[in-house]
Write a protein that binds this ligand. Sequence first.
Ligand code: C5P
Length: 391
Amino acid sequence: MSRILLVVSGSVAAYKALELTRLLRKAGHEVSPILTAGGARFVTKEALAGISGARVHDDLWAAEAEIGHIRLARWPDLVVVAPASANMIARMANGLADDLASTVLLATRAPVLVAPAMNPAMWAHPATQANMAALRARGVAVAGPEEGAMAEPESGPGRLVEPATLAATIGAMLADGPLKGRHVIVTSGPTQEAIDPVRYIANRSSGKQGHAIAAALAALGARVTLVSGPVAQPDPAGVTVRRIESAREMLAAVQAALPADAAIFAAAVADFRPEAAPTQKIKKEPGAPPPEIRLALNPDILATVAQHATLRPRLVVGFAAETETVVQHATAKRLRKGCDWIVANDVSGDVMGGAENAVHLVTEAGVEDWPRLPKEEVARRLAARVAEALG
Ligand code: C5P
């Protein structure tokens, strides 16, 4: 059972906060609601109090007299803002503290999950997108919004995630399991290396395997930081996602996420980047020969972390994508990079972007050949082994 502070802000979708509260209590959690002035336009304090079985806080100064906003901010294991209106998101992004909800959100050290709900045009507005980027960069988890029927005759994303889905996401974030209290960093996807402002070098990695690993670790209760290159995969539930483009940005994001108990490097990092990326688009000059691109070596993120003098995670796992003599190369790679395990896969077929993976786990003890499995199952087995190794 966990303690959830539920901030209900002003959106037509506020009625769904009642169903969310019901589901969270059914799952055994304690829910303490904060209702903003906008939220109170759509749902009553009495309804929220009745369904949560708790006192509804809606006034900064009354809360101050009763328990104090700092105590309220320290109480939860998780703060959920659902629905999060454009205004609520803007106030959070800018650190405003002009009512009880924003003050508590500024004062809390608990993880925060935001579920936006608003008109699609308001969601798409650069101001809202910039505010969301700021929240994400600070480690706020985000669920939705979804596309679908809206109160207005407009379409596009803006709809609050369904209460059942939201409850599942919250469940994953609060999951109890063998990795509870552990922090694991996972890298996933390709990196993009700029040639000029509009062109880049990349590879075919889909991020499927890395994202599945992050989800499987979170399901075992780990706090997961997923550092991902540009992919089309949705953010796994209950995982903090840091989006980057280049290998150098990936290294910086991984280093910023340390310390960790384990780190799994599933990203297909570009080995090379164009040495210089001009700030202007390279022009095609009539009659002139095509430009030459000189490459520079990218940092090896796995090797850097595996050989870190002070912050090396207890367990460091690398991947090896090979097209020939897979195990032999992987065994050499394990030693060369200084990691504990290598998950070796043969990418000569349709593995990149495909749904299945046949891997070999190379450890100090030897080589295990796993059968060809869906990537989710490879992820579950690997997460279980990580849990075992961390004890
Ligand atoms: O050397 P190779 O690219 O085959 O190594 C693959 C492993 O090293 C993967 O785990 C990959 O995520 C990691 N790697 C990295 N940084 C690089 C290159 C590879 O972290 N620059």
